[in-house]
Design a protein around this ligand. Structure first.
Ligand SMILES: [Zn+2]
Length: 270
């Protein structure tokens, strides 16, 4: 019963821990190990959702150690077909300001050494990440953010760095000059693994800071962890409100191409 109902998974990022009221905790295990936390299954806006805490229930798992494969596999095993992932991000563009929401449409991977595929044994799959984010969930998020009069960006490129350290000024300047908009440490490989499981994935970023400053802008202080946590907690109600209002607009049947992400990707001769 649980499996059939828990069709929407929510992955929470920094400072985003208590979304569901009266949740039932499910301990899942996968061939990739245990997920970051027990998965809380409960009701939100009359929909059954499964909520996972990306950094663990006490924020003990750093970004480069998150068991991304176990997290996505555990949600998929529960019957989740769509993932709404939230998290803090920095801005490397003057147009993306602290307090703004971003619905990512592209990522740029700068991480290294992470287990970033389910297909590393016996089967060669070349999955296309050309458009890695679900267009249907993104358009629902945009519509909802408009109706709530939130300050948001309907698209944006997120550069994903390994962490746990922040950027140097040189790195941050490089990202700005590449035309990237935002930066965090967890979108990759999370979004790509969801794609490999043919799940929809929506990445919602809340801009908390200007990384280590902006090119040509004076007086912008380098990001600190305290600033990120403070900004995120100030906006947590907005994040929750956005998701609560989005959920009823998500149709039961998917009309996006995410469920066919593996079509034509198999290179191995069977
Ligand atoms: Zn989709």
């Amino acid at each position: 019963m649980l499996k059939a109902d828990a069709a929407i998974g929510i992955i929470g990022g920094s400072g985003f821990y208590s979304l569901l009221s009266g949740p039932k905790l499910v301990e899942e295990s996968t061939q990739y190990g245990k997920p970051s936390s027990a998965i809380a299954v409960g009701t939100m806006a009359d929909k059954t959702v499964a909520f996972l805490q990306r950094h663990g229930s006490k924020h003990t798992i750093p970004p480069h150690m998150v068991p991304y494969r176990a997290n996505i596999d555990a949600l998929a095993k529960l019957g989740v077909k769509r993932i709404v992932a939230t998290g803090a991000c920095g801005s490397v563009s003057s147009k993306y300001k602290p307090g703004d929401f971003v619905f990512f449409d592209q990522f740029f991977n700068m991480t290294q050494g992470r287990k970033d595929t389910f297909f590393d044994q016996d089967t060669v799959m070349h999955v296309s990440p050309a458009d890695p984010y679900c267009p249907e969930l993104r358009s629902i998020a945009i519509k909802t953010a408009k109706s709530m009069r939130l300050s948001f960006h309907d698209k944006g490129t997120i550069v994903v760095v390994n962490g746990p350290r922040f950027s140097t000024r040189a790195e941050s300047m490089f990202f700005t000059r590449q035309g990237f908009h935002t930066i965090n440490m967890t979108q990759y490989p999370e979004v790509m693994l969801a794609r490999e499981r043919q799940l929809c994935y929506l990445g919602i970023g809340l801009v908390t800071d200007y990384d280590v400053g902006l090119v040509g802008k004076k007086g912008v202080e380098p990001v600190s962890n305290a600033e990120v946590m403070n900004m995120f907690s100030q906006n947590i109600e907005k994040v929750k409100g956005l998701i609560e209002r989005m959920l009823p607009l998500i149709p039961d049947r998917r009309r996006c191409p995410c469920g066919r992400a593996l079509d034509g990707a198999l290179a191995t001769q069977k």
